[in-house]
Design a protein around this ligand. Structure first.
Ligand SMILES: *Cc1c(COP(=O)(O)O)cnc(C)c1O
Length: 426
């Protein structure tokens, strides 16, 4: 019989750390990752046949739940017409039209095969458009694994960043400036030091890769103002938040318009996809119309486009977001109540179908506050929840994801598990 342990052992012999994306290895929580056999609706089953209520949602894409019949059928129908052409197909235009309709400043779109490529290409476009080399990002925000973006704040008075991964040249990292999320003064200082050199500011408008952090009132308005004043492009990385915190993404929630937006996750419905878009005047700088090169063998893949279109159809239906958001808010309210009942320092928050729980008394507003969590207690809580059949993202610094498939009964079962697990780690 297959077990998680034996599968992990077998995987470790031929896959680095047994995985193909580092965080899946459970290093942040310890223990053995579950090998998933199948997933349907709000549930995943591992190779030992154990069922989990799933709040990982493949790290965001599965907003209508797993194996939704409409998405599966769209994928099956597309597959019978060919898996990839390397030539234009009309579904690329269909999906681009949908994105343009939902994001008013997006006039043109380019599809990629991952969010990493979307963020990387948006930065190249911003650099090509502004003819500037430096970019500005925020500590704790994640934009995929492009070299320029695997950069953290330099020490002390260093204005430029240092690589956060081996293999990233320091000479490249020097072009990435790192500011603090929700700290406009840290951004302003960098613009004052480099008034003519910053091509773009890239930010997760609602941060989901340092658990869930909401922008402080005025933060994005301030970024918008600074970018306009200094001639830099404002790029919202909505790979996680797009079609997730609201149909029109974080920019709809916040009411601030970026120059470029990056997408991924939900728009592929579980297939590999990324995209970025913005005004034609900027986007047309890209090949084949302009000098900024960008390409991809599988970009706009017909199966991925079909899955994305079917997913957008479902979440654009009247009431989808209202119902999902209200249920997710009820889950979070129940978690906060469980914290009060058990007296454990724990709290949760949500925005649309995205949520976060924290080993903190109140939800954090900065990277430093997220880092101050009791990680050991999180690990114990995490494994208690897993034993109870609830699958949260295996890290204290990741948001968790709700879907239209999570029922009131799933929420009640989850809350019962939360109460028992918090009591156990009190
Ligand atoms: C997941 C994510 C990415 C990277 O997308 P991949 O498809 O994993 O390459 C980029 N930006 C944000 C905000 C993300 O959450």
């Amino acid at each position: 019989m297959k077990t998680n342990l034996s599968e992990f052992d077998r995987a470790g012999r031929v896959l680095v750390g047994g995985v193909n994306s580092a965080v899946r290895a459970f290093r942040a929580v310890g223990g053995t990752p579950r090998f998933i056999d199948r997933a349907e609706g709000a549930y995943m089953w591992d190779v030992e046949g154990r069922r989990y209520i799933d709040y990982l949602g493949s790290w965001g894409p599965m907003i209508v739940g797993h194996s939704h019949p409409a998405v599966v059928s769209a994928v099956q129908q597309a597959a019978t017409r060919g898996l990839s052409y390397g030539a234009p197909n009309s579904m690329e235009t269909d999906l681009a039209e949908r994105i343009c309709a939902l994001f008013p400043q997006v006039e043109k779109v380019r599809f990629t095969s991952s969010g990493t490529e979307a963020a990387m290409s948006a930065i190249r476009l911003a650099r090509g458009y502004t003819k500037r080399d430096k970019i500005l990002k925020f500590e704790g925000c994640y934009h995929g694994t492009a070299d320029s973006l695997l950069v953290k704040a330099g020490s002390g008075a260093l204005a430029f960043g240092t690589p956060s991964s081996a293999g990233v040249p320091a000479d490249l990292a020097r072009h990435t400036l790192v500011a603090q999320f929700n700290d406009l003064a840290s951004v302003q200082a960098l613009f004052e030091q480099h008034p003519d050199d910053i091509a773009c500011v890239m930010v997760e408008p609602i941060a989901g890769n340092m658990n869930l952090i909401m922008p402080a009132p005025g933060f994005h308005q301030g970024l918008r103002e600074l970018c306009t004043r200094y001639g830099a492009l404002l790029i919202f990385d909505e790979v996680m938040t797009g079609f997730r915190v609201a149909l029109g993404g974080a920019q709809q929630v916040i009411g601030v318009t970026p120059d470029l937006s990056a997408f991924g996750k939900v728009i592929g419905g579980g297939m590999p996809v990324g995209a970025f878009g913005g005004p034609a005047a900027v986007m047309d700088m890209m090949a084949p119309l302009g000098p900024v090169y960008q390409a991809g063998t599988l970009s706009g893949n017909p199966i991925a486009m079909a899955a994305g279109l079917a997913t957008l159809d479902l979440i654009a239906a009247p009431g989808f977001f209202e119902t999902m958001s209200a249920r997710c808010a009820r889950l979070v309210a129940g978690m906060n109540e469980a914290a009060r009942e058990t007296g454990v320092t724990f709290c949760a928050r949500s925005e649309g179908g995205m949520a976060g729980c924290f080993m903190l008394a109140t939800p954090p507003n900065s990277f430093a506050e997220v880092q101050a969590q009791d990680v050991e207690r999180f690990k114990r809580f995490y494994h208690r929840m897993l034993d109870e059949g609830v699958y949260l993202p295996p890290s204290p610094v990741e948001a968790f994801f709700f879907s239209g498939a999570h029922s009131d009964a799933d929420i009640d079962a989850t809350l019962a598990a939360v109460r028992r697990s918090l009591a156990a780690v009190a």
